[in-house]
Design a protein around this ligand. Sequence first.
Ligand code: AMP
Length: 189
Amino acid sequence: MLNIVLFGPPGAGKGTQAERIKDHYSLVHLSTGDIFRFNMKKSTKLGLLAKSYIDKGELVPDEVTIKMLESEVIKYPESNGFIFDGFPRTTLQAKNLDEFLKSKNTAITKMIALDVPNNELIERLLLRGKDSGRADDQNKEVIANRIKVYEDQTAILADYYRLQNKLVSVDGIGTVDEITHRLYSAIDN
Ligand code: AMP
């Protein structure tokens, strides 16, 4: 199995690139943000709970997020592998993912980190907010908080995967195609 964690701050381009990687390697794309938004649209119990955190740019609690992610993974027992987009975001999530995959006799193959500087992120998110309809992309304070939460709780995960020799960094500045090709080389090498 090929299991990729696509890592990077909000606005780094994870969603766009994960869709391409999914098609190219025939993987299942699991985006925790997309699953939360789907539940918000349907006003499920999970969606209502997630909304109260997402609207502020905070993380949805680990317990809820981990349970949701695991219930998604088990829906695809025949898959070639997964591209995880937006998960894990905390050390507890990363540890749980490792244990969970181990219990399924598999593991994370690589974590690929998209490097994009903060000033570029804010511009990209505000631009995306104009047509995505995502409330959390339209408010400067919420965007600033998401970047802060990333720096405080998520960025440290690069070290977690570096210690396992699984971290590969990719320059996230360029055209969508250029970045896709860098990602393919990072996965193939
Ligand atoms: P994203 O679409 O990845 O930018 O995620 C949008 C929002 O969903 C985040 O700002 C968080 O509030 C929530 N979220 C997504 N993934 C996670 C996760 N792994 N852990 C906690 N909250 C998450």
